[in-house]
Design a binder for this molecule. Structure first.
Ligand code: SF4
Length: 191
């Protein structure tokens, strides 16, 4: 049994989407054409740009659809030999990495003991981070072990990186951390 897009929307909205959808699927209705049609409308006239999911080292291929330089959709690239158009749940949500009204766009700082966040300008935040890193490193740096072995490390700083950052950033970040003597380094990008 086929269902038109109009029927699909009417049933979904009229009877409560969860109940209506479950009922349609249970009665053997094939929703694929309606879903495909809705998808087609969403990317109609969009420019398609091949890209790669940034979240992990699998590097699944994606297609990014844009209209007037705004991303309207991101999906798996079916031409890819290793993900064949599929994305895991995390990768399937890449759209929200770019288009998300809840994403913070300013540096927020909550002072010790304070209940509220304050907006800091970027320069001030970077200076404060640099100040605390230097202070912590100076106070905790271990140059040699009791037996005289040279180790040049600090156990007081932990570095966490993520695959949503570019590989170039992660590479430089690792170099900076190792240069500071940080040994507790974790990074999803596995570099
Ligand atoms: S879609 Fe999932 S498995 Fe593929 S690169 Fe992204 S996070 Fe990794």
């Amino acid at each position: 049994m086929q269902v038109s897009r109009r029927d699909f929307l009417r049933l979904s909205l009229g009877a409560g989407s969860g109940t209506a959808l479950a009922g349609l699927v249970a009665s053997g209705v094939n929703l694929a054409p309606a879903v495909a049609r809705a998808q087609e409308l969403r990317i109609k006239g969009a420019k398609t740009t091949p890209s790669i999911c940034p979240y992990c080292s699998v590097g699944c291929a994606t297609l990014v659809h844009t209209i007037d330089d705004r991303i309207v959709n991101i999906e798996g690239d079916p031409r890819s030999p290793h993900n064949e158009g599929c994305l895991c749940p995390k990768g399937a949500a890449i759209f929200q990495l770019h288009v998300n009204p809840n994403r913070p766009t300013q540096v927020l700082h909550r002072a010790a003991g304070a209940a509220d966040w304050a907006v800091w300008d970027f320069e001030r935040a970077m200076n404060r981070i640099a100040e605390l890193v230097k202070k912590t490193r100076d106070e905790t740096f271990i140059q040699t072990l009791p037996d005289g072995k040279l180790i040049n490390m600090t156990p007081a700083i932990f570095a966490l990186g993520g695959a949503t950052l570019e590989i170039e950033f992660n590479h430089i970040h690792q170099k900076l951390m190792r240069g500071l003597g940080v040994v507790a380094i974790e990074n999803q990008a596995r570099i």
